[in-house]
Write a protein that binds this ligand. Structure first.
Ligand code: KG4
Ligand code: ZN
Length: 333
């Protein structure tokens, strides 16, 4: 089955074509960073308007990169949620219109599930596995038993890890998007120079909390020490606190669930220190770690097309009532 995927949940308009027997045929991402960076974060109304401008050319490019016409497409997968409602609706309405005019089925993909299964675009991963999903809006651990069996083990009680990176970068005057800038700066800093707090929460909990870390950084930056400290060292020490908590808790969850595989996903899993720590602590704990390439960690439509292909080839489609949703459909436990 050959599927066109469309993603517009936040500030990237993306389209891709995936074919089960050939693999990924195209993967186009149009970023809105230049539009939002002057505001230091994503402005939802502007995001919707940018999606409106980009969705047609991005889909056309994905089809032409894949050397496909609409007759070659067997189904359309589109992100239905969670995300910014206005942004989601642009991709969703366009996908439903294509489905109607081309006479092809449509599948409304969950954005979190798309991230969780993205690793399959590059490698076959054996079930069950633990998925650590870390993005701008989510920080959660899942037990993934199969394509239709995903259970959330825990999630953040306040900020998502990506949000913590973005807010930290803003406080440090580093611009937007923050994660990539902190990652780059941290490369020449000392991660042990400053000790920022790690919220471990109760033993056995798979939940996270990053608001205390954010406050600690704010307090540090207004103190005298913050005034004389090197930005590189602050970035590296802050990044270390996030990576340490994420990887330690993911490996603890794998142990508790008696699962020997961990898959990273979401934009923050493009972070160099998080990736390195996951590999080293995973090896020490006997946990096999899968890291999708960085372009497949951040928002893209390849993962949407892949999930849509799996679901539609099993006969799972969405009906005309398909609608966008803002909040996660997963509940803890
Ligand atoms: O998955 P994603 O592209 O969009 C959401 O679904 O949220 O994740 C975006 C988040 C942003 O907070 C961004 O700062 C963070 O991923 N991010 C990173 C890195 N690259 C992107 N965080 C840390 N290090 C990176 N290299
Ligand atoms: Zn995402």
């Amino acid at each position: 089955m050959r599927v066109l995927g469309i993603e517009s949940s936040c500030d990237e308009t993306a389209a891709a074509v995936y074919d089960r027997s050939v693999g990924l045929l195209s993967n186009v991402v149009s970023s809105q960073v230049a539009v939002h960076e002057v505001y230091g974060g994503v402005v939802p109304e502007l995001a919707s308007r940018e999606h409106l401008k980009s969705v047609v050319p991005v889909v056309e490019k994905a089809l032409s990169d894949a050397s496909c016409g609409y007759a070659d497409i067997d189904g359309i997968a589109v992100t239905a949620g969670p995300g910014l409602i206005g942004s989601l609706l642009v991709g969703l309405c366009f996908a439903k219109s294509l489905s109607f005019s081309w006479g092809r089925p449509v599948y409304g993909a969950d954005h979190l599930e798309s991230h969780i299964f993205a690793a399959f675009l590059e490698n076959q991963v054996e079930f069950p596995y633990i998925a650590l999903l870390v993005s701008g809006g989510h920080t959660s651990l899942f037990r993934v038993q199969g394509w239709n069996d995903v259970r959330q083990l825990g999630g953040t009680l306040d900020d998502a890890a990506g949000e913590a990176f973005d807010k930290a970068a803003k406080m440090m005057g580093l611009g937007y998007p923050g994660g990539v800038v902190i990652d780059r700066l941290a490369g020449s800093g000392d991660p042990r120079r400053y000790s920022f707090p790690r919220a471990r929460l109760a033993a056995g909990s798979a939940d996270f909390s990053f608001s205390g870390l954010k406050t600690a950084l704010r307090t540090f930056l207004v103190s005298n020490e913050g005034g004389s400290a090197r930005m590189e060292d602050i970035a590296a020490s802050f990044q270390e606190a996030i990576a340490d908590v994420l990887v330690t808790k993911a490996i603890e969850a794998a142990r508790r669930e008696n699962i020997g595989r961990l898959v990273l996903s979401g934009g923050v899993s493009a972070n160099s220190r998080l990736r390195a720590l996951a590999v080293s602590l995973g090896a020490a704990a006997g946990v096999d770690v899968s890291l999708p390439s960085k372009a497949l960690c951040t928002d893209n439509a390849a993962m949407v097309a892949l999930l849509g292909e799996r679901r539609m080839s099993e006969g799972i489609f969405s009906g005309p009532e398909l609608n966008a949703y803002a909040a996660s459909r997963f509940s803890r436990g």
